[in-house]
Design a protein around this ligand. Structure first.
Ligand code: NAD
Length: 257
């Protein structure tokens, strides 16, 4: 996302809990002739984001595009996930998204031009699977939050799109393990959980794991069009139809009773 926006001339504020990687991202943008700064943030912590928003304001005098994209994964069957696993995933994925928007919304409000927020949920928000209950719960919450945000900001002409990626070739599992607070102990990753999860989801991502570059190919156009949903890739139409048929059946049975 950084490189797509930077190539379109947007100045970048790269935020991540991994300061080395945030700095590296900003450096790549500058090396390509763009403008960028970086800051370490922990999105679970509101104050680190508030400071980042001040830094963005000082460096670039506002903010027109906000990507609330941080997310962590912890696989495991629901009865194996610990209370701490749940709290960490919900704190980072849900509260982290809320903190990010809370910190930057005042800057968007005072900035001129086409303002937009991209909130990253997941295909798991549309087609859930087993063995990732904390993650799926968090991404449903992110979806509900973003739907509300879109409606509430409509009158202010600030667009909101919900990015729904399927499997991507990124460092997601590695970065999740690294970002996990040490007091929670090492994260447990069982290959079996991933296999059982994939089999439960009836989607073809096993054959179609995309690069981040592919997954963001429509991002600029979709932002310009203020698309409500940005689905990156993956074939799971049947699963969507099955879900909505069940919702409509329940609705239609209740209607007129
Ligand atoms: N990779 C996939 O298959 C996939 C599928 C669907 C959705 N997603 C979602 O896409 C988004 C981006 O993930 P990605 O796949 O590009 O992985 P990524 O590892 O490239 O990006 C996630 C980043 O979040 C950072 N991070 C983790 N905890 C943080 C915290 N507390 N504060 C600040 N930064 C923190 C990590 O250091 C990492 O750089 C996430 O929301 C993820 O849930 C990913």
């Amino acid at each position: 996302m950084v490189h797509r926006f930077a190539a379109a001339g947007v100045a970048i504020v790269a935020l991540d809990i991994d300061e080395v990687r945030a700095n590296g991202t900003a450096q790549q943008v500058r090396d390509a002739g763009g403008r960028a700064i970086a800051r370490r943030v922990d999105v679970a912590n509101q104050s680190s984001l508030t400071e980042a928003a001040s830094a963005a304001d000082q460096a670039f005098g506002g903010c027109t595009i906000l990507c609330a994209n941080v997310g962590v994964q912890q696989f495991g069957a629901i009865d194996r996930l610990t209370e701490q696993d749940w709290r960490w995933v919900l704190d980072v994925n849900v509260m982290g998204t809320i903190h990010t928007v809370n910190a930057f919304l005042p800057l968007l409000r005072k900035s001129a031009g086409h303002r937009h927020i991209v909130v990253t949920a997941s295909s798991a928000s549309l087609t859930p699977g087993v063995r990732m209950g904390a993650y799926t719960t968090s991404k449903y919450a992110v979806m509900g939050y973003a739907e509300t945000l879109r409606m509430e900001l409509e009158t202010e002409n600030i667009g909101v799109s919900i990015l729904l990626p399927a499997g991507m070739i990124t460092r997601h599992l590695e970065s999740s393990a690294l970002a996990r607070p040490t007091e929670l102990g090492k994260s447990e990753l069982r290959r079996e959980d991933i296999d059982v999860m994939m089999a439960s989801r009836k989607m073809d991502t096993a054959n179609h794991v995309a690069s981040a570059d592919h997954a963001t190919r429509h991002l600029l156009d979709d932002r310009a069009a203020n698309e409500r949903y940005i689905i990156t890739h993956g074939e799971y139409r049947q699963s969507l139809v099955a879900t909505f048929e069940q919702i409509l059946r329940a609705h239609d049975r209740a209607q007129g009773e």
